[in-house]
Write a protein that binds this ligand. Sequence first.
Ligand SMILES: *Cc1c(COP(=O)(O)O)cnc(C)c1O
Length: 378
Amino acid sequence: MTALFQNYGRRPLEIVEGKGTVVKDSNGKSYLDFTSGIAVVSLGHANERLVHVLNEQSKKMWHTSNLFESSGQEQLAQQLTNDTHLSRALFCNSGAEANEAMMKLARKHTGKSTIITFEQSFHGRTFGTMAATGQDKVKEGFGSMLESFITVPYNDPEALRQAMSHDVAGIMLEVIQGEGGVTKVTDEFAETIVEMSKTYGALILVDEVQTGIGRTGTRYAYEQTVIEPDIISLAKGLGGGFPVGAIVAKEKFAKDFGPGTHGTTFGGNPLAMAVANEVIATIFDASFLQEVEKKGAHLKEAIQRELPADVQVRGEGLLIGIKKEGWKAQDALVAAEEKGLLTVAAGNEVLRLVPPLTVTNEEIDEAVSILKDVLQTM
Ligand SMILES: *Cc1c(COP(=O)(O)O)cnc(C)c1O
């Protein structure tokens, strides 16, 4: 018997401790963790610096609410906007909440309601973000969806042109679709988005919940495209495992979120801010980001060298997907787990490799060698 809702397809193992990329289950078996809690544990498990700042903050103050000033929030907002075209941040507790804030801000600023989103996108499980998500399986059984979303095929410039009108408040996208199969925006499509945004006065909203905070080798993934977003949303990697979300926006939005317009009780709490400030201080360092890019290239090369020629590799930095014609990604996931490698599926056909950004080349080689074994026996 269980008192838990069975709303997750859980693997039958419990991970009880970890250090860096290596975790142990309750039976003492070790694994290389190429899930990092779905692209969350960006600096590895039990990172000493993060443990330290969390412990220190926990002795001083856990929670004061947004009734009072917060130097932790001020500092994190500064760090997230430094050397970018963005200048205002707001903190919340999850990716879906960040996307809710992003969509509300876009609607308030433009006075329009329609938001264009893309097939195979994933934006969250709340009432609004569920409607924004371009995957039927997320919406099934939940009745009529919130209106004013238009879902358009991804990377299809003509379809986007057709869908545009002066009623569109914003175009919302992941520049690499994470849950949807690790699919990257094409250069042509990114250019079309920028053009449509200009022509119709529509905002560009980039969901960086999975791709942001160094995951793809740059601070934010949009930096690798021609897109200069009006607003971005963040969560997963931002707290290195501590729950925290954010939106970061251009200065022109400052007046739209005035006192009393939007908020959350827990958003920007001192524990989350202490950890996230340390995460950003570490990751937003040019040499750290360069390492992520190099390790991502190493992972891609190892896959291409060691795995069968019909294995496709996609993604950027340490957000990598592999796909093989006719396989079920879940079968590979289970087989890899038996051999000591944890991975996460992205849809039915793509296996996602999202290790901590602190992963070593040796760990990458070991993971690829396990995948090689898996594919030989499948
Ligand atoms: C995970 C994810 C979300 C939802 O984040 P939660 O913290 O689970 O609400 C939204 N967008 C993208 C791109 C994600 O990967």
